[in-house]
Design a binder for this molecule. Structure first.
Ligand code: AVI
Length: 308
């Protein structure tokens, strides 16, 4: 049994507002559900950012040329399936080396091999590790640029986002750049629909964490007895996902009992949304300066270039 997973689950469910860390969504099934989410009509962030990236890559090439920068080493944080880096690599031809960092070594190896088929002349390195902490990477003398797409930074609480941005500066070193995808504040209905889609894929993604706990931690959740909830918390500027108990019930996990009252929730994820100026302020507290900003039509998604 994975003891860190068990300890995190027990600690989260002992809190007055029960919670589970969202990083545990992503077992093999959860990652498949997430890929399905990215295909949904309602989930605008994935396709909106992907459509913006060819233009971003093209303009970055001109931007760096103007600064007499001739070589970039690109470092993707939390690289996952490496879909987003392709349009950047296609346009930003001055990338001399690409390093992908991810917690899951297996996934990373497969995705890196696929990328190597498309860009056979590009040196590609896969670094397994916790990218939220400072890391020692083998960097060449080309200018480092971090890449953190998908608005994954929105899944960190603002304090953790600040820590990540500070640590990324340490990992990338002085004179580095950072390219980030940030989901913006917008119409509440559009936000809530993106996290509570009509085909219930996000509901399955959310409940899958209970199935995973049952399988890996000797627990007896009945996922059908929980309901998927996604609400926009206006005050905190975040979508919150919860699992709401449909009834009074008791669940056993590795010998410990947990009581749920009807209507009580387990808070499973936050997805923070930022006005570009708000995010710029956060980045500046971590020592980064905003250099460029690309906005999707109707400002529904932002991509930002920061310099250290
Ligand atoms: C990975 N992350 C940026 C997604 C998001 O939009 O916060 C995770 C997600 N949760 C539900 N749908 C998508």
């Amino acid at each position: 049994m994975n003891s860190e997973f068990l300890q995190d689950v027990l600690a989260g469910l002992r809190l007055p507002q029960k919670e589970l860390p969202p990083k545990y969504f992503y077992d093999a099934q959860g990652s498949k559900y997430f890929d399905q989410i990215c295909e949904l009509e309602e989930y605008y962030p994935y396709r909106t950012e992907l459509r913006l990236l060819p233009q971003v890559g093209k303009e970055l090439q001109a931007y760096f040329r103007e600064k007499s920068i001739t070589g970039i080493q690109l470092v993707e944080f939390g690289a996952g399936s490496l879909h987003k880096v392709k349009p950047i690599l296609q346009e930003l031809t001055m990338v001399k080396q690409f390093t992908a960092i991810d917690i899951s070594g297996e996934h990373l190896k497969a995705a890196s091999a696929e990328l190597a088929d498309i860009f056979p002349d590009l040196p590609i390195k896969a670094a397994q590790g916790d990218f939220t902490k400072p890391m020692q990477l083998e960097l060449s003398d080309a200018t480092p640029m971090g890449f953190f797409p998908g608005s994954t930074i929105g899944n960190f609480d603002p304090d953790d986002a600040l820590d990540f941005l500070r640590n990324a500066r340490v990992t990338l070193g002085s004179g580095s750049y950072m390219l980030l995808g940030v989901d913006t504040k917008k119409d509440q209905q559009m936000l809530e629909d993106a996290y509570d889609d009509s085909s219930n894929v996000t509901a399955r993604f959310n409940k899958n964490i209970l199935t995973r706990i049952n399988r890996e931690l000797d627990a007896n959740f009945d996922p059908d007895q929980f309901e998927h909830v996604a609400v926009y918390n206006q005050q905190l500027g975040r979508i919150e996902m919860h699992l709401r108990s449909r009834t009074d019930q008791q669940v056993e996990i590795a010998g410990e009992s947990f009581q749920f009252e009807k209507g009580e929730t387990i808070h499973t994820e936050n997805s923070y949304k930022y006005h570009p100026a708000e995010f710029e302020q956060l980045a500046s507290s971590a020592g980064w300066t905003r250099e460029c900003l690309w906005l999707a039509p109707d400002d529904i998604f932002a991509v930002m270039l920061l310099s250290s």
